[in-house]
Design a binder for this molecule. Structure first.
Ligand code: GTR
Length: 454
């Protein structure tokens, strides 16, 4: 006990000073973490390169988004059952019909899996490596894809995995000499060579993923459908297409839908592999393959978490904003990505029966994560954020936490409060280690007790 109260007062004063200094510091930190805005000099530079596109927020036209919770005929969606049974299928069908197209088959009857490589001592004992050929029809001369899988070596129980398509062949994701070198079509126009082994490894931090207890599965997207317009003569299209009077239907699947369909076939394999936990498969994709991951996650609810990395137009970004890449531009540069009906919305975004926030909403109740990059104005970071914001009412209706923030966060300030995650990081268009670490944090958060926390 203090006999005189001078030291008590002094102590009180000191504590008050400390609290004050602390909260002032916090306040200035909050101030320093300003909500993201496109940097003027980047907008100026982008405009100089491509004058016809919008790179300034003030030039974004006024628009009204379709309400994910109002049926096309006008009825309000008032409960979870109505969402599940009526509105979700309706939105999915609108995306099939007007945006990505319709896959003519699900799991083909004759499909086979052949494990052609199994090494339990891969990457210096850190991993089990498997390579599997998925032959879509079971006929030798028909298209097939190779899945490369690394599982954490120490895993005693089925491992959760991340699955993503890659741009350059499985052999580009890691220098491991045992990965089969792709002999297929390459974007470069040349056949793959030994020199390209591991050339994209910066985007696939395999060892770090394994160390966090996750496996990684990847497939070369060109195995499923080479990424150029040849009127759908190669890849899986001609094998499964159902022509009407010799013609493809206006809602026949484009390449994005074919790639997404291939990911579902990979999921069929995961279900058959006892070392993989098929209830904890996270699907991820970058750029055009981010658009693909979103469509794959929407059409196939077996994917537990869906992640879009810099997916932009036709992915997470709102089309109606016309910021950066537009519907017309994407349909012109890549006429094979979407279905033919999507071309009707060139310069007519406001007539689209959907916008991309509704694609995000199709993931509900599952967790979904969208990531943007500061310099990636072509992909419209704010439009990607706003898709998340506008998908939130569906999570609310289901009684789940969504994004839980109103404004775009500051750079490098990931939002992972609820089932919709978002970040915008420093730098340009790309899949980086920073992104991966955030995605693993997000997955950790939602995979509690070995299953998706409900
Ligand atoms: C760009 C395209 C984007 C994005 C990107 C990519 O040329 O305009 O929509 O998908 O390619 O996939 O790398």
């Amino acid at each position: 006990m203090c006999r005189n109260n001078v030291p008590v007062k002094l102590l009180f004063l000191m504590v008050s000073v400390v609290i004050c200094v602390h909260s002032c510091a916090q306040a200035s930190e909050v101030k320093a973490k300003k909500s993201w805005q496109a940097r003027r000099e980047l907008s100026d530079a982008a405009t100089r390169r491509r004058r016809e596109f919008i790179y300034y927020e003030e030039k974004v036209p006024d628009y009204t988004l379709p309400d994910p919770l109002i049926m096309t005929e006008g009825a309000k969606v008032t409960n979870a059952e109505m969402w599940r049974k009526k509105r979700r299928p309706e939105i999915l069908e609108l995306f099939r019909k007007y945006v990505y197209g319709r896959a003519p088959v699900g799991r083909p009857k004759g499909m086979t899996f052949k494990v052609f490589d199994l090494d339990r001592n891969a990457l210096n004992g850190q991993a089990t490596r498997k390579q599997i050929t998925v032959n879509f029809t079971g006929k030798e001369d028909r298209p097939s894809m190779d899945i490369l899988i690394y599982l954490p070596g120490a895993a005693k129980k089925p491992a959760p995995i991340f699955v993503l398509l890659n741009f350059g062949g499985n052999h580009t994701i890691h220098p491991d000499p045992a990965i089969r070198l792709s002999t297929r079509w390459m974007r470069s126009g040349r056949k793959a060579t030994e020199e390209t082994r591991g050339s994209s490894s910066a985007s696939y931090p395999v060892e770090k993923i394994l160390a966090r207890g996750y496996g990684l599965a990847t497939i070369y997207y060109g195995d499923i459908d080479p990424d150029y317009h040849d009127d759908f003569k190669n890849g899986v299209h001609p094998v499964f297409d159902k022509l009407v009077e010799g013609k493809r239907a206006p809602d026949a699947w484009g390449s994005i839908c074919a790639w997404a369909w291939g990911l579902s076939r990979a999921m069929d394999y995961f279900e058959s592999d006892e070392e993989i936990d098929e209830s904890r498969v996270v699907i991820l994709g970058h750029s055009r393959l981010g658009k693909t991951a979103l469509w794959a996650g929407a059409r196939d609810e077996r994917f537990a978490i869906v992640i879009s990395n810099n997916s932009g137009c036709g992915g997470a970004a709102l089309s109606r904003r016309r910021f950066g890449e537009t519907v017309k531009q994407i349909n012109t540069s890549f006429p094979h990505w979407f279905c033919d009906n999507f071309k009707k919305y060139n310069d007519e975004e406001d007539r689209l029966p959907v916008d991309q926030h509704m694609l995000i909403a199709l993931m509900a109740p599952r967790p979904v994560y969208v990531a943007s990059a500061d310099e990636d104005l072509w992909a419209d970071p704010r439009g990607e954020f706003l898709s998340c914001r506008n998908a939130e009412p569906v999570y609310d209706l289901l009684g789940l936490k969504g994004l839980e923030v109103e404004k775009m966060p500051a750079l490098n300030n990931p939002i992972q409060k609820g089932r919709i995650g978002y970040h915008i990081r420093t730098g340009g268009h790309g899949l980086t280690e920073y992104d991966w670490l955030r995605y693993m944090d997000f997955a950790d958060r939602h995979f509690k007790g070995n299953k998706l926390a409900r």
